[in-house]
Each structure stands twice: as structure tokens, then as C-alpha cells.
Design a protein around this ligand. Structure first.
Ligand code: NAP
Length: 337
């Protein structure tokens, strides 16, 4: 069994590329008492990982140079020294970008492949879905008839935000970067309107046209100029949910957009950042609501699955070029089931 991992070779400056990483052959680790051996099936590549590649302190520790990149993954147990797991079990965990690994069984969660496709545990029913759920419902507090604008609308988080907002009776406008994405969110997901920010010359005008009653909730996944434009349309008592700022993640120097404090005062608006980790103790609530909506067909999702461990970096870089519709995953191996 050839084992391989991807390490951070050097911290990227600006947009990351292959030279910042290295594939390394390593022995397959032996599980100790309480541990299980794992074969990675799916790796999740996520925008937040870019922040962890920088040296600075953030809400999660930075990746270490010379060590493996890690993140959400679905794996199959190949050998177990933990009473809670048997060979063949499917698990969700935070694993190294590695073909074969071992992990403390206490840090893994068993997933039932008969309940929901295992990949959903990394997408709509997992971290991105839970992020959408709490950001929108807990901070956005949508009311029937309100207008919700979501940026990054065709991605893992944005697609779930828009669909939950529709379930709450809101008018939903999504902002995304291609016609295919706009067709997907409006025709398949039921968003009321979509804005392709890459082909729109006048964001202010298009936002006026698509949000004639202004914006009550802005769910911000991207930041930058898109958000500057949305902020000009907020209503009195608007809620601005700061979930992500992907447009800024690869900047080498911080950029300063229009300062929004005056708009917040004038509109008595709330702007709040959060991380999904803030809701650690309420994960079950979100997981069960999302699972129910998915099984009832009220929330649907797409996945963009890149085949092969050797294409993991390509899949990760693709997030910053808008190559994914829905959750971006890497399929590393077939399940033996
Ligand atoms: P995603 O939306 O599935 O993928 C990233 C998307 O961002 C791309 O497909 C691309 O779509 C868009 N994008 C990339 N560069 C952009 C730019 N310069 N300007 C505008 N859009 C750009 O990713 P996700 O996992 O759902 O994450 C969405 C956001 O939420 C990210 O900012 C992420 O960091 C954040 N997030 C936050 C938390 C939290 O706990 N706060 C948790 C999960 C995710 P287009 O084609 O539309 O450009």
C-alpha cells in the first residue's frame, strides 16, 4: 500500500500554487490502543484553509511548515483498536491530507451511509450546512417577506443559506460568478434572482433592480467590492452576517473598502462575524434540522467531486477561481462496501 501525504512546504504569498506544497511518501501508521486505521475516501477542501497557511494567529492554529495539511474528511476504518469502531465503518474526522492514516477513535464520528450519502457529511449536512444554518437563523433572524442577499451564492454555504431563507418565506437574491451558477440557484434552488458579478458593470443598479425593497439581511461569504455594493442597499434594522471574506484571503496587503460604520448608524443595522465553532454545543440542532430538510427534499445540494488524491491541490486552488458549484470535494478512494 503506497501511502502519501501533502505537506505545506512554504507559506504562500498571495494566491497559493503547487510550489507551496509537497507530496511525500510515508509509511502507513500502525494504530495503538484506542486508535483506528483509516483509508481516506473523501477530502474536503475549504476556503478557510488558506488562512491557516499564513503564519498569523487566527481562530484556528496555523498549519505548520513541513507538516501535513489537514481538514474535514470521510474515511473507512480498515483496522480498529477502539471499542466503538469496527472494520468497514465510515467515519467523519479532521484528518491529514493523506491516503492512509490513523486516528484516536474518540475524535471520530461514525456516519451511517444508509441515512444520507457520506459526502453530505462534509457539505450540506456537515460543516458548511451548519455554518449556513446558524449564521442565517441565529444572526440574520429572517422574517417572512424580508429580502436576503447572499454572496458566494452557488457554493457550499451559500446554496444552503438561500434555501433556508426561502423556507423562512424570504425573497432571496444570490450573487455568484457565472451564468451556470445563476441558472442553478434560480431554476433549481428557487432563489428569486441572481446576479453574475463577473458580467455586471453596475452592481449598484442591479442591486436596486433585484432588491426594490432594499436588503434586510446580507449573508456575506466574499467581502470586497461585492459587499461594498450590497451595504449601500441595506434597510433600517438590517442584519449583516459576516461568514467569509474569500475575496480578501489571497491579498498580500490588507485593503480598505468604503467604511461602513456610518451606514450602520444610519440604518441601526447589526453587523456580526462568527465562526461555526461558536455553535459547537448546538451542532445536533443544526444537523437534525438539515438532515430532515434534505431527506424531505426541501434542501438539495450539488457536489463538485475531483477524482484522485493527486488532484487535491487543484481542487483547493479551484475554490479561488470559482470552479465549484456546491461543495468541493476530492475523491481519494472507493469504499470497500
Ligand atoms: P464555496 O462558496 O463553495 O467556494 C468558494 C467560492 O467563492 C468559489 O466557488 C467562488 O464562486 C467564490 N469566490 C472565490 N473568489 C472570489 C472572489 N475574489 N470574489 C467573489 N467570490 C469569490 O466555499 P464555502 O465553503 O461555501 O465557503 C464560503 C465562504 O464562507 C468562504 O469565505 C469561507 O471562508 C466561509 N466560511 C466561513 C465559516 C465560518 O465558520 N465563519 C465556515 C465555512 C465557510 P464564484 O464563481 O461565485 O466567484
Amino acid at each position: 500500500m503506497k501511502n502519501e501525504r501533502i505537506i505545506l512546504e512554504e507559506r504562500p504569498k498571495g494566491m497559493p500554487d503547487d510550489s507551496n506544497f509537497k507530496f511525500e511518501e510515508i509509511p502507513t501508521p500502525e494504530p495503538k490502543e484506542g486508535e483506528v486505521s483509516l483509508r481516506t475516501l473523501y477530502l474536503s477542501v475549504d476556503p478557510y484553509m488558506r488562512g491557516r497557511m499564513n503564519a498569523g494567529k487566527s481562530y484556528v492554529a496555523p498549519f505548520e511548515v513541513g507538516k501535513a495539511i489537514s481538514g474535514g474528511a470521510v474515511a473507512e476504518v480498515t483496522e480498529s483498536n477502539h471499542p466503538g469502531f469496527s472494520k468497514g465503518d465510515m467515519v467523519l474526522g479532521n484528518l491529514d491530507w493523506q491516503r492512509y492514516s490513523k486516528a484516536d477513535g474518540n475524535h471520530l464520528r461514525k456516519i451511517d451511509p444508509n441515512a444520507i450519502p457520506v459526502t453530505a457529511a462534509l457539505g450540506a449536512a456537515g460543516m458548511p450546512g451548519i455554518t449556513a444554518y446558524f449564521g442565517l437563523l441565529d444572526i440574520g433572524k429572517p422574517q417572512e417577506g424580508e429580502t436576503v442577499v447572499v454572496s458566494g451564492a452557488a457554493g457550499a454555504v451559500g446554496t444552503v443559506v438561500g434555501q433556508i431563507a426561502k423556507l423562512k418565506g424570504c425573497r432571496v437574491v444570490g450573487i455568484a460568478g457565472s451564468e451556470e451558477k445563476i441558472t442553478y440557484i434560480t431554476e433549481e434552488l428557487g432563489f428569486d434572482a441572481g446576479i453574475n458579478y463577473k458580467t455586471t458593470d453596475d452592481m449598484n443598479q442591479v442591486l436596486k433592480d433585484t432588491c426594490p425593497d432594499g436588503v434586510d439581511i446580507y449573508y456575506d461569504n466574499v467581502g470586497g467590492e461585492i459587499s461594498d455594493a450590497v451595504m449601500r442597499r441595506i434597510n433600517k434594522y438590517a442584519r449583516i452576517v459576516i461568514c467569509g471574506q474569500i475575496a480578501l484571503y489571497n491579498l498580500e496587503k490588507p485593503d480598505y473598502g468604503p467604511r461602513v460604520q456610518v451606514q450602520l448608524i444610519q440604518k441601526s443595522a447589526l453587523m456580526k462575524g462568527f465562526t461555526v465553532g461558536d455553535y459547537q454545543d448546538r451542532q445536533k440542532e443544526a444537523a437534525s434540522a438539515l438532515g430532515k430538510w434534505i431527506s424531505e427534499g426541501k434542501i438539495t445540494y450539488r457536489e463538485n467531486i475531483v477524482e484522485g488524491f493527486e488532484n487535491t491541490l487543484k481542487a483547493f486552488f479551484g475554490l479561488f477561481h470559482g470552479e465549484n458549484i456546491g461543495k468541493q470535494l476530492v475523491k481519494v478512494a472507493e469504499s470497500s462496501r
